[in-house]
Design a protein around this ligand. Structure first.
Ligand SMILES: [Zn+2]
Length: 324
């Protein structure tokens, strides 16, 4: 009978016979330094004639079980644990670059220096992907929250110095034309100040445009108002050669719990009820139409499909492809 010991012996015999034993010690004992940092965060795919690059701004551990509203924290924690997600939960912040061949268009702009060193990596990942921030022609925001607009400006200067910034006009009204009462609000006030600091330099430079509900921010890029998370929260829709991708911003936070429980909201939703209703519509449409979806807070690269299952919906991440 072939025992493990015999097998080892015979393997050693074979190695000896082949004269390779002398190679073993260096192979077995070789040491390499622990690198201790993640690889560059970008991932490319083709959409018709266009090239899309998902860009990571980083990840941050957030107490999602606590942040979810409409579910007990304990229940949310148990649910996430069932998907091997810890509490706090590692949460991606993604942005996306679309190269139409004529224009470079960035959708959302990351956190900049507002949310700590595990984030704020957007520009370095733009560079790792082969572009410079100054090459970007347009930046379209899904909404003006800090994790989507914080990376627009550093020290009062536009990071995307040659870009035109596009935002839904309801976002402008809510964040940039807020009244004294809103500015004095303990929750909203600091967010309004952040929005002004991020967007202000583009307004000052004459590089700021608003778009109406469901209007095209720029030719070839459509939008649909998906309000609730913020008043002008908009999904951006890009099509090429019959293929469609929808950059849907913060329709979902994470990629498991809200797919089974779309009525669960997050504490950052400006209008909880509307956010839940909007998510129901967005999920149903994505499942029906089977288009690609890109999410700002789905595990990087955050691109996949939505399908129905016996517990409402499922997020199905795109298969990795080394060739496209
Ligand atoms: Zn967000």
């Amino acid at each position: 009978m072939q025992t493990r010991r015999n097998l080892l012996k015979s393997t050693t015999g074979l190695a000896l016979a082949a004269g390779t034993l002398s190679l073993l010690p260096s192979t077995v004992l070789a040491k390499a330094p622990i690198i201790g940092r993640q690889a560059a965060g970008y991932y490319r795919l083709k959409l018709g004639n266009y090239e899309i690059t998902a860009l990571s701004d980083g990840t941050v551990a957030l107490p999602m079980a606590k942040i979810y509203e409409g579910i007990e924290e304990k229940d949310a924690e148990t649910y996430l644990a069932g998907y091997f997600q810890k509490n706090p939960t590692e949460t991606s912040v993604n942005a996306f670059l679309v190269n139409t061949g004529e224009r470079l268009v960035l959708i959302d702009a990351g956190t900049g220096n507002l949310m700590g060193p595990s984030l704020g990596k957007l520009v370095s990942n733009i560079e790792a992907a082969g572009y410079r921030a100054s090459e970007i022609d347009d930046v379209i925001l899904t909404h003006i929250h800090a994790d989507h607009s914080g990376g627009l400006s550093i020290n009062g200067k536009p990071v995307f110095e040659n870009a035109m910034l596009h935002v839904n006009e309801r976002e402008e009204r809510f964040w940039l034309k807020a009244d004294a009462k809103a500015k004095a609000d303990a929750g909203l006030g600091p967010q309004i100040a952040q929005a002004e600091a991020a967007v202000g330099p583009y307004i000052a430079a004459g590089r700021f445009k608003t778009f109406g509900d469901n209007a095209a921010p720029i030719p070839g890029f459509a939008s649909v108002l998906r309000a609730g998370h913020t008043p002008g929260h908009s999904a951006i829709i890009v099509e090429s050669k019959g293929e469609t991708i929808v950059f849907w911003g913060d329709i979902a936070h994470g990629d498991v719990l809200q797919y089974d429980r779309p009525e669960v909201t997050v504490e950052f939703d400006v209008d909880q009820k509307q956010a839940a209703a909007t998510r129901a519509v967005a999920f149903a449409e994505a499942a029906d139409r089977k288009y690609l979806v890109a999410g700002a807070h789905h595990a990087f690269p955050g691109i996949g499909h939505v399908r129905r299952d016996e517990t409402n919906y499922d997020w199905v991440p795109l298969l990795y492809s080394a060739n496209y």
